[in-house]
Design a binder for this molecule. Structure first.
Ligand code: 5AD
Ligand code: SF4
Length: 495
């Protein structure tokens, strides 16, 4: 972790002294709040930012209004994330001017893109600093520079190289039982609709020994579940091997090594790209119980013509072949996917190819998106021949079909006793717990009305139930109801 190296330590020490001084003078700690948009990569970057801020003696604030430092970790993969963020930022103008120590930082996928960079600077001049996606190492410097200047101007560090002094920065995990670990950053694929390669740069794989050490430390600290993240985990190490590091491990070897960590219950990973999913990896997925019985394998479209225009570099036939291999290597594996509707030039036939492929695969879950043009990507310049009304109609047909498949898939769980890793109380009521199965199904469950078996659990009813079942508990749940997006059930016993 943090040790004795150059610049970053200077900034860390300087911010820590200021935070400590603030605490003494104001009688309260300097506080921060991070608002995260988008994917797991951003979630993990926010966890690292929080870890780093606390390492510098800042403390978490309960909400934006009560914080001294507010950081937005932004996403630009589709338009609605942009809009929500700009709305949030607009609301903070007065807040920023009320107290002189207040700071606003923007990181994640937006500040490094030219268009967003200009909008941020021109329309929101009260911002204090801008950082590139994944550049948490420069956060101490950004804070230092923005609090050292006499006259306010935006500290824009998006033209700086990523601060890489430390292979591992401190991390404050949202959920103690669940560790997100980034194995690589960036993407080389340039799918023609996607902004990620422009926002996050080229693929860069992290050192496998560092990843392994982080995974072991997480498990030692109580994590039951690890999620390995990268835009395309299947190409892990390609960058290093092409630079001559012949022995740099593949993703299959890496995940296998992590799956062997004693006391780890569930190992998840995402996202897989169909063009790079190797037989070697499929074999490993079939071999280790600890590896989740699930894969997220974005299809995007079932039309070969559109897959080509999207630059996905696989065909519908190849995708089906992968599905068959996965299902024979790991019987019962659940498969989730991403599908885009209304890509420029999508004809009714293209769309029906997608529906047909869905009928053949019968995805257990799917994330469905209406195509959103992203300026700077090739597809944004292509003419859209489909009307909004037709796109909406297709989208609804797609949702109906997927909901039917999701329900059918969940119905296969009815009556079974499934292993569930608990993530806490349900969002909607405090007598219901939530968690996920090994094959990544969301389960809400309650305690039995009367239980002869476990007095301890009965006494916990109505009190903080978390005293008996909490984040990270491993339980068996008898499934009593199947819905499209979740299962319901009753607690049977501890696993
Ligand atoms: N429009 C709609 N959906 C998109 N995705 C990525 N870019 C776009 C876009 N421009 C979807 C893809 C990807 C998921 C994370 O987001 O389906 O797999
Ligand atoms: Fe975007 Fe394609 Fe890379 Fe996924 S693989 S992040 S969709 S460019």
């Amino acid at each position: 972790m943090i040790s004795n190296m150059k610049n970053i330590d200077f900034y860390i020490d300087a911010i820590r002294s200021r935070a400590e001084e603030f605490h003494i003078n104001e009688g309260r700690p300097l506080s921060y709040f991070i608002r995260t948009f988008g994917c797991q990569q951003n979630d993990n970057d926010s966890e690292i930012s929080a870890g780093l801020l606390e390492h510098m003696s800042l403390e978490a604030a309960p909400n934006i209004e009560e914080a001294d430092v507010v950081i937005f970790n932004t996403c630009s993969v589709r338009e609605n994330a942009d809009r929500r963020f700009y709305g949030n930022l607009g609301n903070l103008k007065t807040w920023r001017s009320e107290e002189k120590q207040r700071r606003i930082g923007v990181m994640g996928c937006m500040p490094g893109q030219d268009t967003h960079n200009s909008v941020l600077k021109e329309s929101f001049p009260y911002i204090d600093f801008l950082l590139n996606a994944g550049d948490m190492g420069n956060l101490p410097r950004a804070l230092y520079e923005s609090s050292s200047q006499k006259k306010h101007s935006i500290v824009d560090l998006t033209d700086q190289a990523k601060e890489m002094t430390y292979p591992s920065l401190p991390v404050k995990r949202e959920n103690k039982h669940r560790a997100l670990i980034s194995i690589m950053s960036g993407c080389n694929n340039f799918c023609t609709y996607c902004i990620v390669p422009y926002a996050r740069g080229r693929e860069s794989s992290r050192d496998p020994l560092v990843i392994l050490a982080e995974a072991r430390a997480a498990v030692d600290n109580g994590a039951k579940e690890i999620m390995l993240i990268g835009q395309n985990v299947n190409s892990y190490g390609n960058d290093m091997r092409s630079k001559g590091e012949k022995d740099f491990p593949s993703f299959a070897r890496l995940i296998e090594e992590i799956a062997r960590i004693p006391d780890l219950s569930v190992l998840r990973y995402m996202t897989s790209h169909p063009k790079d999913l190797s037989d070697e990896l499929i074999e490993v997925i079939g071999k280790y119980e600890t590896i989740e019985a699930h894969i997220h394998l974005p299809l995007q479209s079932g039309s070969n013509r559109l897959l080509k225009k999207m630059n996905r570099r696989y065909t519908a036939e190849h995708y089906l072949e992968l599905v068959n291999k996965l299902r024979s290597a790991r019987p019962g594996i659940s498969i989730s996917t991403d599908i885009i509707v209304g890509f420029p030039g999508e004809t009714e036939e293209d769309f029906e190819d997608t529906l047909r492929l869905m009928e053949t695969v019968k995805f257990d879950r799917a994330f469905t998106f209406i195509y959103s043009p992203r300026s700077g990507t090739p597809a944004a310049d292509w003419s859209q021949n489909v009307s909004d009304l037709d796109i909406q109609e297709r989208f609804e047909r797609l949702l109906d079909l997927q909901n039917k498949h999701s329900v059918e898939s969940n119905e296969r769980c009815l009556g079974k006793n499934l292993y569930v890793l608990v993530s806490g109380l349900s969002k909607t009521d405090d007598e219901t717990f939530s968690g996920r199965t090994k094959d990544d199904r969301l389960v809400n469950f309650s305690l039995p009305e009367e239980s002869e078996t476990d007095d301890q659990i009965l006494t916990a009813r109505g009190k903080p139930l978390s005293s008996t079942i909490a984040d990270g508990s491993e339980v068996f749940v008898k499934i009593t109801k199947a819905k499209a997006h979740s299962l319901e059930g009753v607690f049977v016993g501890l696993a």
